[in-house]
Design a binder for this molecule. Structure first.
Ligand code: FAD
Length: 391
């Protein structure tokens, strides 16, 4: 079987790419390991930056976000010395986030692609990309029953995340910049309405705790935990007690409790691959770079890269202009490193004990000052707001 562009992975990156290509009449297919239900129910990100909404809008993909997204523009920091709020939609570039759960965005993009005549091969796992250095690459696949197959292509877009076939198929010598931040979060989804009208960041001697709205009755919480903690180590009561303690509920009001419907331990790691193109193979989204969830940039970068790649492939295939594909890697990397820098700054803002091995107390004092200047300095607040909603 063959298609001009074979896209591996039906996440935000693969589906934005597929939709734009389809709209421009480019022959493409999406290969996805999971079944449709599995993809539609994978709850992850929720905060879209304004540029993501603009990308969806200009490509006619914003129907669901317009209907179901809610503007969000305040965050609250809670520390040992009190709490302060930043109304970031009135600072910096003066723009808010849009809260819209990633799995709903993915469901919209998938429906749009299929309704428009696109093909997604569910239950099809890409094993490897072959002959990427030449003009006729191919993707070897296995279907859900383990039967092997092969897709021939002109270009292959690996949008299959950090453990996908794209990364596995890179030539030796590809640079992977990697950083383990030495911090883990227990990520939780609670069947409970948000407890505050802000993103909540609590810095506590027992570790970080976070609160992020997802919908009227679902809220995401994070608890910093030891690296080897099993996700089910804590009972629901223990989780809520710990969240109450770290979010200082006794001083600032109780958290609305509810059933914990999903939990996983996330090690805060970052990496960037360089370059993002190898001949006819392109990497986009988490396959290109992994962002720690500290600044909520991963899904947003995935959408940005997908649009850049789509335009480049349309120029190459429809107009015979290779400039976009030649510059794809360099253009994406500029955005990726900016997002990495801010995510890294957030990690160091929010955690005691970040980066084990460093002089702990020295870094701890710096962290206090960093938070205090964010509380007290108007220019610092403008900078934060610009970075927070920027990409
Ligand atoms: P994915 O969404 O991972 O999609 C990749 C797809 O490829 C999947 O459907 C997978 O099944 C498929 N696949 C994988 N391997 C293969 C294969 N070999 N063959 C075929 N198919 C394959 N980002 C934000 O911007 N904001 C947030 O608030 C935020 N919160 C997060 C919270 C958590 C707990 C986590 C884990 C992540 C969070 N992120 C957030 C990051 C964000 O979810 C990712 O950056 C985003 O999903 C990346 O999109 P993607 O399309 O590159 O990859």
């Amino acid at each position: 079987e063959s298609a001009d562009v074979v896209i591996i992975g039906a996440g935000p990156a693969g589906l934005v790419l597929g939709n734009i290509l389809l709209r421009h009449g480019v022959d493409c297919v999406v290969l996805e390991r999971a079944d449709r239900e599995g993809v539609e129910n994978r709850a992850r990100a929720g905060f879209l930056v304004p540029n993501t909404v603009r990308i969806l809008e200009r490509n006619g993909l914003d129907g669901g976000v317009r209907r179901g997204g809610r503007e969000h523009g305040v965050c609250e920091f809670r520390t040992e010395t009190g709490r302060f709020r930043l109304d970031y939609r009135r600072l910096g570039t003066g723009e808010p986030h849009t809260v819209y759960p990633q799995h709903e965005l993915v469901a919209d993009l998938m429906a749009r692609f299929l309704d428009g005549g696109g093909t997604i091969r569910f239950g099809t796992e890409a094993a490897a990309v072959a002959d990427a250095d030449g003009p006729a690459p191919s993707v070897t696949v296995r279907d859900a029953d383990g039967r092997p197959g092969r897709w021939r292509a002109r270009y292959v877009a690996a949008c299959d995340g950090r453990h996908g076939a794209g990364r596995r198929s890179l030539p030796p010598g590809t640079v992977r910049h990697h950083r383990d931040h030495g911090v883990s979060w227990l990520g939780l989804l609670a069947e409970a309405p948000p407890s505050l009208d802000a993103v909540g960041y609590a810095v506590h001697p027992r570790g970080f705790a976070g609160h992020m709205a997802r919908s009227a009755d679902i809220t995401r919480y994070y608890l910093q935990c030891d690296r080897d903690t099993p996700a089910d180590a804590w009972s629901e009561d223990l989780i809520w007690d710990e969240l109450d303690l770290r979010m200082r509920a006794s001083a600032y009001g109780p958290l609305v409790r509810g059933r914990i419907v999903q939990r996983s331990v996330v090690a805060l790691e970052s990496d960037v691959l360089e370059p993002l193109r190898h001949g006819s193979l392109f990497l986009a989204g988490d396959a290109a770079a992994l962002l720690s969830p500290s600044a909520a940039k991963g899904a947003n970068l995935a959408v940005l890269e997908a649009e850049l790649l789509a335009r480049a492939l349309v120029d190459a295939l429809v107009h015979g202009d290779p400039e976009g594909i030649d510059r794809y890697s360099e253009r994406c990397l500029a955005h990726i490193w900016r997002a990495q820098e801010f995510s890294h700054w957030m990690i160091r803002l929010l955690h005691e004990r970040a980066d084990p091995g460093d002089a702990g107390l020295f870094r701890e004092r710096l962290r206090h000052v960093r938070l205090a200047s964010l509380r007290d300095s108007a220019s610092r607040q403008d900078w934060f707001a610009e970075q927070y909603v920027g990409i």
